[in-house]
Write a protein that binds this ligand. Structure first.
Ligand SMILES: NC(=O)c1ccc[n+]([C@@H]2O[C@H](COP(=O)([O-])OP(=O)(O)OC[C@H]3O[C@@H](n4cnc5c(N)ncnc54)[C@H](OP(=O)(O)O)[C@@H]3O)[C@@H](O)[C@H]2O)c1
Length: 351
């Protein structure tokens, strides 16, 4: 059970938390090297992973198990709807976690962003706000939130540096999703200042790997292209149509690398400033489409449709901060990761 001060807020557990809970402007404190905290040993922690059964979540749970964590709790949306405040409080009261990793979200590619911007904004904002507030009230020692590259302004200088995050409005199609998730940053920063609450936030680039959905209503670009090219090859089509001009670029991170970054940040990161998590590489959609077509054996034409949106013109993250603060670097190269992903989809399709 958390200890409570006379003011009714959880009493600070460490000198750093006490320092950070002082009612003063927190910016100077945050910039004096409090970044790398004492490493958390996850073995005996009770860890709730919201969204732990999702594409990324399954790999995060595997990472926690590799780190020896014996108490991992994965609430499912059919039992605990995180958009409902009371449900979130009951979950934390029942499970009494010391650590919360908040991955649950409504996500999708450009099609989903265009079809349901209201849902993406509303659900992600509410889930984040409730999970952070309930965690604070329940005395959770550490919360790790996962944000997104979609929070960056549309025209950010490449590579995207965390300090440029607030310099403009995101690309229109993914702004509702990107901004809802960006509010987690504001909330965690405010909670660190006011309550000494230890929340951290990672900005992940587009993930890919085995197990991502290829449902056309909500899939991301890599599974969508694999499916299109594989189906065209099977039917003997000569053309595959792809949205946009093909000129936009994207950065991709293999999902296991993303999960490892989250585990490392859970153990080692102690600031509420955003930290980019990516591979630091960049590929155009045109090159990506051709590469995927080659891998699935589709030899026909890739035809781009410039009447459809490109989304953000370019994406590549500066990944230095993650390396400096918690020692993360991507390990799986794109060619290798894509081979594993295509093989999984082709196998999956046969099953
Ligand atoms: N995939 C990417 O390329 C990418 C890139 C950057 C950041 N991210 C972030 O990474 C996180 C995980 O993404 P993902 O790709 O793994 O998504 P995903 O496969 O769709 O998983 C999301 C999970 O969220 C849970 N969820 C959704 N609505 C919920 C609700 N109302 N109550 C409780 N749980 C709910 C679902 O749980 P159930 O399975 O129980 O329904 C689902 O398993 C998200 O925060 C996303 O913003 C992803």
């Amino acid at each position: 059970m958390p200890q409570f001060s006379r003011a009714g807020i959880p009493a600070p557990r460490t000198v750093w938390q006490w320092l950070l809970s002082l009612p003063i402007d927190c910016a100077p404190l945050r910039s004096v090297g409090l970044a790398r905290g004492i490493e958390v040993d996850l073995a005996d922690k009770r860890v709730v992973v919201t969204g732990g059964a999702g594409f990324l979540g399954r790999h995060v749970v595997a990472q926690l198990q590799t780190a020896g964590c014996r108490h991992v709790i994965v609430p499912r949306s059919r039992e605990v709807d995180l958009r409902r405040e009371a449900a979130v409080h009951s979950l934390l009261a029942r499970e009494r976690p010391q650590v919360v990793i908040h991955l649950a979200a409504v996500v999708g590619g450009i099609g989903a962003n265009r079809a349901m911007p209201g849902t993406l904004f509303h659900d992600n904002l509410l889930m984040g706000a409730h999970v952070v507030e309930a965690s604070r009230q329940a005395g959770v020692e550490k919360l790790v939130a996962v944000g997104t590259v979609c929070s960056y302004p549309k025209y950010t200088p490449v590579p995207f540096r965390e300090d440029d995050l607030w310099s403009g409005y995101p690309e229109e199609t993914n702004a509702p999703y990107g901004l809802a998730k960006k509010m987690l940053l504001v909330q965690l920063d405010a909670y660190r200042c006011q309550y000494g609450f230890n929340g951290v936030n990672l900005l992940l680039v587009n993930l890919y790997g085995p197990g991502d959905t290829d449902d056309p209503t909500r899939s991301h670009v890599i599974p969508a292209l694999i499916r299109k090219c594989a189906e065209a090859e099977r039917r003997g089509d000569r053309v595959v149509d792809v949205w946009g001009t093909g000129a936009a670029t994207r950065e991709f991170l293999y999902v296991e690398d993303g999960a490892r970054a989250i585990r490392l940040a859970t153990e080692r990161l102690d600031v509420s400033e955003p930290v980019n998590v990516g591979s630091g590489t960049e590929i155009s959609i045109a090159e990506l489409a051709r590469t995927i077509a080659d891998r699935v054996g589709f030899t026909g034409e890739i035809r781009f449709d410039p009447r459809e949106p490109d989304g953000q013109p370019r994406r590549r993250l500066d990944v230095q901060r993650a390396k400096a603060l918690f020692g993360f670097e991507a390990m799986v190269g794109f060619a290798d990761g894509l081979d594993r992903t295509v093989a999984w989809y082709l196998q999956h399709r046969r099953d």
